[in-house]
Write a protein that binds this ligand. Structure first.
Ligand SMILES: Nc1ncnc2c1ncn2[C@@H]1O[C@H](COP(=O)(O)OP(=O)(O)O)[C@@H](O)[C@H]1O
Ligand SMILES: [Mg+2]
Length: 290
């Protein structure tokens, strides 16, 4: 039961008797990012297609959430609704007490196929976002230092003056992540960010993202179809049922201490338990709950 539900509204002094810490924790945990009753219908040639039905999620500040589910179930649609790129037909998203209705700098998106501007260098690709957000708030030298700091976070200092066509897919994805981080978003949204990479590059980038997140404590929502990636990176794995009318089938809490080391975890019984829970869901229990 929530703290507010436990006190009578008619007693204005009742809230004051709650320990301050308890109250703060309650607010931080419950009110950061919330999807309530989110449904969406797309118009199609054959009539409306209800892709999502009644999606509910509560996400705390600094949590790393993965969304996993079969291809076409509606994962990107959920992310696009949080990004403000799609409007829910019913229900909605609240971020820090404000309804999400359009894209905003508090929510940066990293797509699977890095969307760098090919005519700009890596530095300039980040600069364009930084200028848009910090114009009038940071001086020119401050912006330069900030761009360089973010290039450094993803280990790409050396590629500052290279063009996207001159670097590998993994490097482009690093720049895409640096650009998103440089926006200082409250929420980082990543749609299969490592999907197109080879196994080694993917592992390196996953480790970088874990380190960066430990440092910055951003809230992250990441879509993946890689079970190991979901367990390794997440605090919670949101498992979606198949569409149409896809919804949250189950949420698995991943209580593994951080920092997490992929080699040590490979033989960890708890890690393997989580892994098999997700696999079981995907192979057996992915239909909509009755
Ligand atoms: N803009 C759109 N118009 C019509 N249908 C869409 C649109 N976006 C997504 N869909 C449909 O919604 C379903 C979920 O898509 P999507 O969220 O991309 O799935 P996932 O990311 O899980 O693979 C699919 O059936 C897809 O065809
Ligand atoms: Mg998708």
């Amino acid at each position: 039961m929530s703290v507010t539900a436990m006190v009578k509204v008619s007693d204005p002094l009742a809230l004051q008797s709650i320990e301050p810490n308890e109250r703060t924790t309650h607010i931080v945990d419950q009110k950061h990012l919330e999807l309530s009753g989110v449904s969406i219908e797309f118009p199609t040639k054959h009539g409306p297609y209800k892709a999502l039905d009644n999606v509910n999620l509560k996400i705390a500040k600094g949590e790393y959430i993965s969304i996993i589910g079969h291809s076409g179930c509606g994962k990107s649609t959920v992310l696009n609704i949080v990004a403000g790129l799609y409007q829910a037909t019913t229900g909605g998203v609240i971020l820090n007490g404000k309804e999400v209705n359009e894209p905003g700098p508090d929510r940066a998106v990293v797509f699977q196929n890095h969307s760098l501007l090919p005519w700009l260098t890596c530095y300039q690709n980040i600069e364009i976002a930084v200028k848009a957000i910090f114009k009038g708030k940071k001086t020119k030298p401050e912006m330069k230092a900030w761009i360089e700091h973010n290039l450094h976070l993803v280990n790409m200092d050396h590629a500052s003056n290279k063009y996207p066509a001159e670097i590998s897919g993994g490097m482009k994805q690093r720049i895409g992540i640096a650009r998103a981080l440089a926006m200082k978003p409250t929420v980082l949204l990543m749609d299969e960010p490592f999907g197109a990479l080879d196994a080694l590059t993917r592992a390196q980038l996953q480790d970088s993202v874990m380190e960066i997140q430990a440092e910055l404590n951003n809230t992250v929502i990441m879509i993946t179809h890689d079970v190991d990636e979901a367990v390794l990176l997440s605090d919670k794995i949101v498992m979606m049922t198949n569409g149409p009318e896809a919804t949250v089938g189950n949420v698995l809490n991943i209580d593994l201490k951080r920092p997490r080391n992929r080699l040590e975890l490979a033989n960890d019984p708890q890690y393997n338990h989580y892994r098999s829970e997700v696999l079981k869901f995907l192979y057996e229990r992915h239909q909509k709950p009755e």
